[in-house]
Design a protein around this ligand. Structure first.
Ligand code: RRO
Length: 313
Protein backbone atom coordinates (compact mmCIF):
# COMPACT_ATOMS: atom_id res chain seq x y z
CA UNK A 1 0.00 0.00 0.00
CA UNK A 2 1.42 3.33 -1.03
CA UNK A 3 0.93 6.12 1.49
CA UNK A 4 3.63 8.48 0.20
CA UNK A 5 3.11 11.90 -1.31
CA UNK A 6 5.38 14.41 -3.01
CA UNK A 7 5.55 18.07 -3.96
CA UNK A 8 8.13 19.19 -6.55
CA UNK A 9 9.93 15.86 -6.16
CA UNK A 10 10.24 16.29 -2.40
CA UNK A 11 9.01 12.97 -1.00
CA UNK A 12 6.91 12.69 2.14
CA UNK A 13 6.78 9.31 3.88
CA UNK A 14 3.05 9.57 4.40
CA UNK A 15 0.28 12.12 4.11
CA UNK A 16 0.04 13.10 7.77
CA UNK A 17 1.88 16.26 8.83
CA UNK A 18 1.89 18.15 12.12
CA UNK A 19 0.44 21.65 11.87
CA UNK A 20 2.38 24.84 12.46
CA UNK A 21 2.18 26.20 15.99
CA UNK A 22 1.31 22.86 17.55
CA UNK A 23 4.68 21.11 17.43
CA UNK A 24 7.26 23.80 18.24
CA UNK A 25 10.24 23.52 15.91
CA UNK A 26 10.22 19.71 16.01
CA UNK A 27 13.22 19.23 18.28
CA UNK A 28 11.25 19.78 21.52
CA UNK A 29 9.00 16.84 20.71
CA UNK A 30 11.70 14.56 19.29
CA UNK A 31 12.29 12.84 22.64
CA UNK A 32 8.63 11.83 22.85
CA UNK A 33 7.84 11.05 19.24
CA UNK A 34 9.68 9.33 16.38
CA UNK A 35 9.61 12.26 13.96
CA UNK A 36 10.56 9.98 11.08
CA UNK A 37 7.17 8.29 11.21
CA UNK A 38 5.45 11.53 10.28
CA UNK A 39 4.91 12.78 6.75
CA UNK A 40 6.41 16.12 7.71
CA UNK A 41 6.74 18.82 10.32
CA UNK A 42 5.46 22.36 9.87
CA UNK A 43 7.46 24.66 12.12
CA UNK A 44 5.96 27.39 14.27
CA UNK A 45 5.68 30.50 12.08
CA UNK A 46 9.04 32.22 11.72
CA UNK A 47 9.49 35.97 11.35
CA UNK A 48 12.70 37.86 10.60
CA UNK A 49 13.16 39.06 14.19
CA UNK A 50 12.17 37.21 17.37
CA UNK A 51 8.72 38.08 18.74
CA UNK A 52 7.38 37.83 22.30
CA UNK A 53 3.79 37.55 21.10
CA UNK A 54 0.65 38.83 22.83
CA UNK A 55 0.28 39.24 26.60
CA UNK A 56 -1.36 36.44 28.63
CA UNK A 57 -3.93 34.96 28.88
CA UNK A 58 -3.47 33.77 25.32
CA UNK A 59 -5.10 30.33 25.30
CA UNK A 60 -8.49 29.22 26.55
CA UNK A 61 -10.56 26.08 26.13
CA UNK A 62 -14.00 26.18 24.50
CA UNK A 63 -16.56 23.45 23.66
CA UNK A 64 -14.61 20.96 21.50
CA UNK A 65 -12.10 23.63 20.72
CA UNK A 66 -9.26 25.89 21.70
CA UNK A 67 -9.03 29.64 21.33
CA UNK A 68 -5.52 31.08 20.95
CA UNK A 69 -3.99 34.48 20.61
CA UNK A 70 -0.29 33.69 20.69
CA UNK A 71 0.51 36.65 18.48
CA UNK A 72 3.22 34.99 16.45
CA UNK A 73 5.64 34.46 19.36
CA UNK A 74 8.73 32.86 17.83
CA UNK A 75 12.50 32.74 18.14
CA UNK A 76 13.15 34.45 14.80
CA UNK A 77 14.69 32.95 11.69
CA UNK A 78 18.35 33.50 12.72
CA UNK A 79 18.02 31.57 15.99
CA UNK A 80 16.03 28.87 14.16
CA UNK A 81 18.93 28.40 11.75
CA UNK A 82 21.60 28.49 14.45
CA UNK A 83 19.91 26.39 17.14
CA UNK A 84 17.06 24.33 15.72
CA UNK A 85 18.30 23.20 12.31
CA UNK A 86 21.35 21.33 13.78
CA UNK A 87 19.00 19.40 16.11
CA UNK A 88 16.89 18.30 13.15
CA UNK A 89 19.85 17.05 11.09
CA UNK A 90 19.67 13.48 12.41
CA UNK A 91 16.07 13.01 11.23
CA UNK A 92 14.92 12.26 7.71
CA UNK A 93 11.39 13.56 8.22
CA UNK A 94 10.52 16.47 5.90
CA UNK A 95 10.75 19.90 7.51
CA UNK A 96 8.55 22.63 6.08
CA UNK A 97 9.35 26.09 7.43
CA UNK A 98 6.26 28.18 8.06
CA UNK A 99 6.91 31.89 7.45
CA UNK A 100 4.87 34.83 8.72
CA UNK A 101 5.70 38.48 8.11
CA UNK A 102 4.34 41.99 8.21
CA UNK A 103 5.57 42.98 4.74
CA UNK A 104 6.27 41.35 1.40
CA UNK A 105 9.95 42.21 1.89
CA UNK A 106 10.05 40.41 5.24
CA UNK A 107 8.54 37.24 3.72
CA UNK A 108 11.21 37.36 1.01
CA UNK A 109 14.07 37.93 3.47
CA UNK A 110 13.05 35.02 5.70
CA UNK A 111 12.63 32.70 2.73
CA UNK A 112 15.98 33.72 1.24
CA UNK A 113 17.74 32.92 4.53
CA UNK A 114 16.14 29.47 4.73
CA UNK A 115 16.15 28.44 1.08
CA UNK A 116 19.83 27.38 0.88
CA UNK A 117 19.49 25.03 3.86
CA UNK A 118 19.32 21.34 2.94
CA UNK A 119 17.29 20.55 6.04
CA UNK A 120 14.48 22.86 4.96
CA UNK A 121 12.43 20.92 2.42
CA UNK A 122 9.87 23.58 1.62
CA UNK A 123 7.81 26.52 2.79
CA UNK A 124 4.34 27.11 4.11
CA UNK A 125 3.44 30.79 3.89
CA UNK A 126 1.20 32.04 6.65
CA UNK A 127 -1.07 34.76 5.29
CA UNK A 128 -3.76 33.89 7.78
CA UNK A 129 -2.76 34.57 11.39
CA UNK A 130 -5.82 36.08 13.12
CA UNK A 131 -3.84 37.51 16.04
CA UNK A 132 -1.47 40.19 14.70
CA UNK A 133 -2.19 43.78 13.68
CA UNK A 134 0.22 43.89 10.73
CA UNK A 135 0.34 41.10 8.17
CA UNK A 136 -1.74 38.03 9.02
CA UNK A 137 -5.39 38.46 8.10
CA UNK A 138 -4.84 41.87 6.53
CA UNK A 139 -2.85 40.00 3.84
CA UNK A 140 -4.87 36.80 3.79
CA UNK A 141 -8.17 38.59 3.14
CA UNK A 142 -6.70 40.69 0.29
CA UNK A 143 -6.63 38.79 -3.01
CA UNK A 144 -4.03 41.07 -4.61
CA UNK A 145 -1.71 40.69 -1.60
CA UNK A 146 -1.96 36.90 -1.60
CA UNK A 147 -1.16 36.92 -5.32
CA UNK A 148 1.78 39.30 -4.87
CA UNK A 149 3.29 37.40 -1.94
CA UNK A 150 3.02 34.11 -3.84
CA UNK A 151 4.54 35.65 -6.98
CA UNK A 152 7.50 37.20 -5.15
CA UNK A 153 8.27 34.05 -3.17
CA UNK A 154 7.90 31.80 -6.23
CA UNK A 155 10.70 33.77 -7.91
CA UNK A 156 12.97 33.01 -4.97
CA UNK A 157 12.65 29.26 -4.45
CA UNK A 158 12.49 26.00 -6.36
CA UNK A 159 11.34 24.21 -3.21
CA UNK A 160 7.67 23.44 -2.50
CA UNK A 161 5.71 26.62 -1.81
CA UNK A 162 2.48 26.14 0.13
CA UNK A 163 0.12 29.01 0.94
CA UNK A 164 -1.88 28.64 4.18
CA UNK A 165 -5.29 30.22 3.71
CA UNK A 166 -7.74 31.74 6.13
CA UNK A 167 -11.38 30.65 6.39
CA UNK A 168 -12.29 34.19 7.48
CA UNK A 169 -13.29 35.26 3.96
CA UNK A 170 -16.44 34.89 1.87
CA UNK A 171 -15.03 32.61 -0.83
CA UNK A 172 -11.77 30.87 0.09
CA UNK A 173 -11.61 29.33 -3.41
CA UNK A 174 -10.80 32.75 -4.90
CA UNK A 175 -7.71 32.91 -2.70
CA UNK A 176 -6.68 29.38 -3.62
CA UNK A 177 -7.01 30.27 -7.30
CA UNK A 178 -4.87 33.39 -6.83
CA UNK A 179 -2.15 31.32 -5.14
CA UNK A 180 -2.30 28.67 -7.85
CA UNK A 181 -2.11 31.26 -10.63
CA UNK A 182 1.09 32.72 -9.15
CA UNK A 183 2.85 29.39 -8.88
CA UNK A 184 2.02 27.92 -5.46
CA UNK A 185 2.54 24.15 -5.33
CA UNK A 186 -0.22 23.57 -2.78
CA UNK A 187 -2.56 25.33 -0.38
CA UNK A 188 -3.17 24.54 3.29
CA UNK A 189 -6.86 24.86 4.14
CA UNK A 190 -7.60 26.20 6.86
CA UNK A 191 -5.99 28.37 9.52
CA UNK A 192 -8.07 29.14 12.62
CA UNK A 193 -11.49 30.82 12.64
CA UNK A 194 -11.90 34.10 14.50
CA UNK A 195 -13.62 33.33 17.79
CA UNK A 196 -14.30 34.74 21.22
CA UNK A 197 -15.02 33.56 24.78
CA UNK A 198 -16.23 35.62 27.74
CA UNK A 199 -15.94 35.16 31.51
CA UNK A 200 -19.39 36.16 32.81
CA UNK A 201 -18.14 36.76 36.35
CA UNK A 202 -15.46 39.27 35.41
CA UNK A 203 -17.31 40.34 32.21
CA UNK A 204 -13.94 40.16 30.51
CA UNK A 205 -12.85 38.31 27.38
CA UNK A 206 -11.04 35.09 28.27
CA UNK A 207 -8.02 36.04 26.16
CA UNK A 208 -6.14 39.30 26.29
CA UNK A 209 -6.78 40.39 22.71
CA UNK A 210 -10.58 39.83 23.02
CA UNK A 211 -10.77 37.66 19.89
CA UNK A 212 -8.52 34.79 18.89
CA UNK A 213 -8.20 31.81 16.59
CA UNK A 214 -10.55 28.87 17.14
CA UNK A 215 -9.17 25.39 16.43
CA UNK A 216 -9.87 21.76 17.36
CA UNK A 217 -12.78 19.39 16.64
CA UNK A 218 -15.22 22.34 16.76
CA UNK A 219 -13.95 23.59 13.39
CA UNK A 220 -13.71 20.28 11.51
CA UNK A 221 -17.04 20.64 9.63
CA UNK A 222 -16.04 24.15 8.52
CA UNK A 223 -12.61 22.95 7.40
CA UNK A 224 -14.14 20.06 5.43
CA UNK A 225 -16.50 22.44 3.60
CA UNK A 226 -13.60 24.80 2.78
CA UNK A 227 -11.46 21.94 1.44
CA UNK A 228 -14.44 20.75 -0.62
CA UNK A 229 -14.92 24.26 -2.01
CA UNK A 230 -11.25 24.68 -2.88
CA UNK A 231 -11.10 21.22 -4.46
CA UNK A 232 -13.73 22.33 -6.97
CA UNK A 233 -11.60 25.34 -7.94
CA UNK A 234 -7.92 24.39 -8.21
CA UNK A 235 -5.75 21.60 -9.56
CA UNK A 236 -2.87 21.96 -7.09
CA UNK A 237 -2.93 19.69 -4.02
CA UNK A 238 -4.81 20.78 -0.91
CA UNK A 239 -3.46 20.06 2.53
CA UNK A 240 -6.47 19.74 4.83
CA UNK A 241 -6.20 21.06 8.37
CA UNK A 242 -8.78 21.82 11.05
CA UNK A 243 -9.91 19.64 13.92
CA UNK A 244 -8.36 16.36 12.82
CA UNK A 245 -7.86 14.06 15.81
CA UNK A 246 -8.59 10.55 14.45
CA UNK A 247 -7.73 8.59 11.31
CA UNK A 248 -11.42 8.68 10.41
CA UNK A 249 -11.27 12.49 10.42
CA UNK A 250 -8.29 12.33 8.06
CA UNK A 251 -10.13 10.00 5.67
CA UNK A 252 -13.03 12.47 5.55
CA UNK A 253 -10.59 15.16 4.44
CA UNK A 254 -9.15 12.91 1.70
CA UNK A 255 -12.64 12.16 0.41
CA UNK A 256 -13.57 15.85 0.09
CA UNK A 257 -10.36 16.60 -1.79
CA UNK A 258 -7.34 16.90 0.51
CA UNK A 259 -4.18 15.20 -0.79
CA UNK A 260 -2.60 15.34 2.66
CA UNK A 261 -3.61 16.44 6.15
CA UNK A 262 -2.17 18.28 9.11
CA UNK A 263 -2.91 17.42 12.72
CA UNK A 264 -2.89 20.48 14.97
CA UNK A 265 -4.67 21.00 18.27
CA UNK A 266 -4.80 17.23 18.93
CA UNK A 267 -0.99 17.32 19.36
CA UNK A 268 -1.51 19.17 22.66
CA UNK A 269 -3.32 16.08 23.98
CA UNK A 270 -0.93 13.52 22.47
CA UNK A 271 2.06 14.63 20.38
CA UNK A 272 2.29 11.13 18.87
CA UNK A 273 -1.28 11.26 17.58
CA UNK A 274 -0.19 11.99 14.00
CA UNK A 275 1.70 8.70 13.86
CA UNK A 276 -1.37 6.80 15.09
CA UNK A 277 -3.49 8.58 12.49
CA UNK A 278 -1.06 7.61 9.70
CA UNK A 279 -1.21 3.96 10.84
CA UNK A 280 -5.02 4.06 11.02
CA UNK A 281 -5.21 5.38 7.45
CA UNK A 282 -2.89 2.61 6.22
CA UNK A 283 -4.98 -0.07 7.96
CA UNK A 284 -8.22 1.37 6.55
CA UNK A 285 -6.71 1.23 3.05
CA UNK A 286 -5.57 -2.34 3.53
CA UNK A 287 -8.97 -3.43 4.87
CA UNK A 288 -10.67 -1.84 1.88
CA UNK A 289 -8.16 -3.09 -0.75
CA UNK A 290 -7.02 0.45 -1.55
CA UNK A 291 -3.50 0.31 -3.06
CA UNK A 292 -2.72 4.01 -2.76
CA UNK A 293 -4.13 6.70 -0.44
CA UNK A 294 -4.30 8.87 -3.58
CA UNK A 295 -7.32 6.79 -4.66
CA UNK A 296 -9.30 8.35 -1.82
CA UNK A 297 -8.55 11.95 -2.75
CA UNK A 298 -11.69 13.73 -3.95
CA UNK A 299 -13.62 10.46 -4.24
CA UNK A 300 -16.66 11.75 -2.35
CA UNK A 301 -19.93 10.40 -3.68
CA UNK A 302 -21.97 13.59 -3.58
CA UNK A 303 -25.03 14.47 -5.58
CA UNK A 304 -23.62 17.47 -7.43
CA UNK A 305 -27.11 18.54 -8.51
CA UNK A 306 -27.97 19.10 -4.87
CA UNK A 307 -24.67 20.75 -3.91
CA UNK A 308 -25.23 24.34 -2.81
CA UNK A 309 -21.55 25.28 -3.16
CA UNK A 310 -21.58 24.67 -6.96
CA UNK A 311 -24.02 27.47 -7.57
CA UNK A 312 -21.65 30.26 -6.63
CA UNK A 313 -18.28 28.80 -7.64
O1 RRO B 1 0.61 32.90 16.73
C1 RRO B 1 -0.63 32.94 16.61
O2 RRO B 1 -1.35 33.63 17.36
C2 RRO B 1 -1.32 32.20 15.55
C3 RRO B 1 -0.88 32.10 14.26
BR1 RRO B 1 0.78 32.77 13.72
C4 RRO B 1 -1.69 31.47 13.28
O3 RRO B 1 -1.36 31.38 12.09
N1 RRO B 1 -2.88 30.98 13.68
C5 RRO B 1 -3.31 31.06 14.95
O4 RRO B 1 -4.41 30.59 15.28
N2 RRO B 1 -2.52 31.67 15.89
Amino acid sequence: MNESFSLRAVPFRNRVFVASGTFGYGDEVAELVDLDELGGILTKSLSLKPRDGNPPPRITETASGMLNSIGLANIGVHKFIAEKIPKLESYSCAVIANIAASSVEEYCSVLELLDPLKRVDGFEINVSCPNVKEGGLSFGTDLAKVALITKELRKRTQKPLIIKLTPNVTHISEFARAAEAEGADAVSVINTLIGMAVNINTRKPRISTTTGGLSGPAIKPVALAKVYEVHKSVKIPIIGVGGISTWEDAVEFFLVGASAVQVGTANFINPAIGIGIAKGIAQYCERNSIDDVAELVGSLRADTKLSVIQSWL
